[in-house]
Design a protein. Structure first.
Length: 193
């Protein structure tokens, strides 16, 4: 069985290469370019692998950008769903996020009202009203603490969301820059990042 030998020009530097028909990939002995040998029915020619590597790198960069954009959309949607779930709506339909002002104002108002009931109950010797005043003070304290705890948890979740969002936006900007500014080819060798 004889091996068919073919001459092929290096796609990178033009040097003549002598190869046998079974060879699919070769490195040019003159410029060190990595080549794919294409065996078409009408011709045999070389193709630099740098182009394939560059295209593959560009596709990988595009996929990374798409994944980051999808992640960013997902966390923004998750945040919006969470925000709506834990918030209340005002009379005009706007969303009111949990905050410290509401529970504090409620606590002050309810405590003043309950202290008044307690004082009135004691002065008039209506023990049931006095006991209701004390119970109201305790209940307003618990409700205020619950509201403050919700506000603190909401602020913590917002901070986590903003940190994740900022990190993803930075990664996305970096990936978009990498996509716009692909590395230049160096001396016939595949570019490395």
């Amino acid at each position: 069985m004889s091996i068919k030998v073919t001459k092929v020009a290096c796609q990178s530097c033009g040097a003549n290469l002598t190869i046998d028909e079974s060879i699919r990939f070769v490195t040019c002995g003159y410029c060190s370019a990595q080549l794919e040998i294409v065996h078409d029915p009408s011709a045999v020619y070389s193709k630099t692998l740098d182009d394939v590597v560059k295209r593959q790198d560009a596709v990988e960069d595009e996929l990374r950008v798409l994944r980051l954009e999808k992640s960013l959309q997902r966390i923004e949607q998750e945040w919006e769903n969470f925000r709506i779930r834990v918030s209340s709506k005002s009379e005009n339909g706007t969303i009111v996020e949990p905050g410290k002002a509401g529970p504090i104002l409620f606590g002050i108002f309810a405590t003043i009202l309950c202290v008044f009931l307690f004082g009135f109950g004691l002065s008039e010797r209506i023990w049931l009203i006095a006991i209701l005043g004390v119970a109201g003070i305790a209940l307003s304290y618990l409700i205020t603490q619950h509201g403050l705890r919700r506000a603190k948890e909401f602020a913590h979740m917002r901070t986590r969301y903003l940190q994740k969002r900022t990190k993803l936006k930075g990664e996305l900007a970096s990936a978009e820059r990498a996509l716009r500014f692909q590395p230049m080819k160096r001396s016939g060798k595949p570019s490395k990042r």
